[in-house]
Design a protein around this ligand. Structure first.
Ligand code: BTN
Length: 343
C-alpha cells in the first residue's frame, strides 16, 4: 500500500488521476454522452468532484461537451492521447504504456528506467527538449504530435541496431497508411515523408556492456507531426517539416500510436526473419537518386554541405545500409549518417 506523507501533494496527484481517468473513460465511450452519475460510480467519487474535474479539464483546453440530462462527451474535434484510447486499438502484447503531459524528452525519461523490463513505452503530449538525430533538436509542441519512446532489451548484434530504426520507420508508414489516406515513404534511414515533407523521425539510442560489447538496452524514440502547430512550424523547419492533417480528427493520435506499436512489435518479435527489409526497401525513395553524402563529422561541427560528397544511391542492402556510388566509381555501404537529394 502507498501511504501519503505529504497531504497536499497527495491531493494534487489524486486530482490529476481523476482527470486522466475521466479523459480515458470519455475516450472509450467516444460518440456517446456519459452522465455525471455514471462517471462518479465508475471512479468512486462524488458527482461534485466529477463536475469540478470536468471544469478544470475544459479550462486546460480539453473540448468536453456537456448537455443537460445527458452528461458529457468528447467533442468530435478533440484528439487527446490517452492510455485507454490507445489500448482500444492495441494488439501487441507485453506493452506497458504511460502517457505524460509534458517531459523534456521521452528518450531521457526512459533512460531513468532502463532497469525495467522491455516493453515499457513512455509517450508525452509535449516535449520541452525533444532530441533529434546527430545532436539536433526535435520540435515537439503540445497536443499536435505523438512523441514516444520504447524500451527494448534485444538479443541482437550491435550492427543490427540500425534495423530497429528501419522497423520503426516502416511501422510509422504502415500506421499512417492504415489511419489516413496518405501515402508515406522513407528517406533512409529514419525519416518518413508525406507529400514531400518530413512528418516523422526516429532517434535510436543504445547502451553496450564494456565487458562483451553486448547490447544492454535500446531506446527507440519516435516523433510524428500529426497536426500543424497552431502558429505553423518554426522558420528553419517550414520548408522541410509537414504534418499529416490540417484539422483535428477524432481519435487519430490514439489509433496511429496503437498501430505503430502493433506493427513494430510484430516485426520485432520476428526480428530474425528480416521480412521487414524488403518492405522497408519498397518504401524507400532515395534509390536511383543523385544525392550528397554528408559525413557525421561535418554535421556535428555545423559545417553541413561544405564537405558533401556527390553520389548516386544504388541500393539498400540486407543490413539496411545505403549503398552509394561516388563519382569516381567507388561504392560504399553507409550504416549511419545523413544524405540529401541533389537537385
Ligand atoms: C530525427 O528526425 O532527427 C529524430 C527525431 C526523433 C524524435 C523523437 S520524439 C520522441 C523521442 N524523444 C526524443 O527526445 N526524441 C525522440
Amino acid at each position: 500500500m502507498i501511504r501519503c506523507v505529504n497531504k497536499s501533494k497527495c491531493e494534487k496527484e489524486e486530482k490529476v488521476a481523476v482527470k486522466d481517468n475521466i479523459i480515458e473513460y470519455l475516450e472509450l465511450n467516444r460518440g456517446s454522452y456519459i452522465s455525471g452519475e455514471q462517471l462518479a460510480t465508475k471512479l468512486s467519487i462524488s458527482r461534485t468532484a466529477i463536475w469540478k474535474a470536468i471544469k478544470r479539464l475544459q479550462e486546460e483546453g480539453y473540448n468536453i461537451e456537456a448537455a443537460t440530462n445527458k452528461g458529457y462527451r468528447l467533442a468530435e474535434n478533440t484528439d487527446v492521447l490517452s492510455v485507454g484510447g490507445v489500448e482500444k486499438y492495441l494488439k501487441a502484447k507485453g506493452v506497458r504504456l504511460e502517457i505524460l503531459k509534458s517531459v523534456d524528452s521521452t528518450n531521457e525519461a526512459i533512460k531513468l528506467r532502463v532497469n525495467e523490463d522491455e516493453g515499457l513505452v513512455v509517450a508525452a503530449l509535449e516535449q520541452t527538449a525533444g532530441k533529434g538525430r546527430l545532436g539536433r533538436s526535435f520540435y515537439s509542441p503540445n497536443d499536435t504530435g505523438i512523441y514516444f519512446s520504447i524500451l527494448l532489451k534485444p538479443d541482437i548484434a550491435t550492427e543490427d541496431i540500425t534495423l530497429l530504426t528501419a522497423i520503426a520507420a516502416l511501422s510509422v508508414c504502415e500506421a499512417i497508411e492504415k489511419c489516413t489516406d496518405k501515402q508515406p515513404s522513407i528517406k533512409w534511414v529514419n525519416d518518413v515523408f508525406v507529400d514531400g515533407k518530413k512528418v516523422s523521425g526516429t532517434l535510436t539510442q543504445a547502451s553496450f556492456s564494456i565487458e562483451d560489447f553486448g547490447v544492454e538496452y535500446v531506446i527507440v524514440g519516435i516523433g510524428i507531426n500529426v497536426y500543424s502547430p497552431e502558429n505553423g512550424f518554426l522558420e528553419d523547419l517550414k520548408d522541410i517539416a509537414g504534418a499529416l492533417c490540417e484539422h483535428k480528427n477524432g481519435n487519430l493520435k490514439n489509433r496511429i500510436l496503437a498501430e505503430i506499436l502493433n506493427s513494430f512489435f510484430c516485426y520485432y518479435r520476428n526480428f530474425d526473419s528480416r521480412e521487414y527489409i524488403q518492405k522497408y526497401r519498397d518504401r524507400s525513395f532515395l534509390i536511383g537518386k543523385n544525392i550528397n553524402v554528408i559525413s557525421t563529422k561535418n554535421i556535428s561541427s555545423h559545417t553541413e554541405n561544405t564537405n558533401a560528397k556527390p553520389a548516386v544511391a544504388i541500393a539498400i542492402d540486407d543490413s539496411c545500409r545505403l549503398v552509394v556510388r561516388y563519382e569516381d566509381g567507388k561504392e560504399e555501404a553507409l550504416s549511419t549518417g545523413e544524405v540529401s537529394i541533389r537537385i
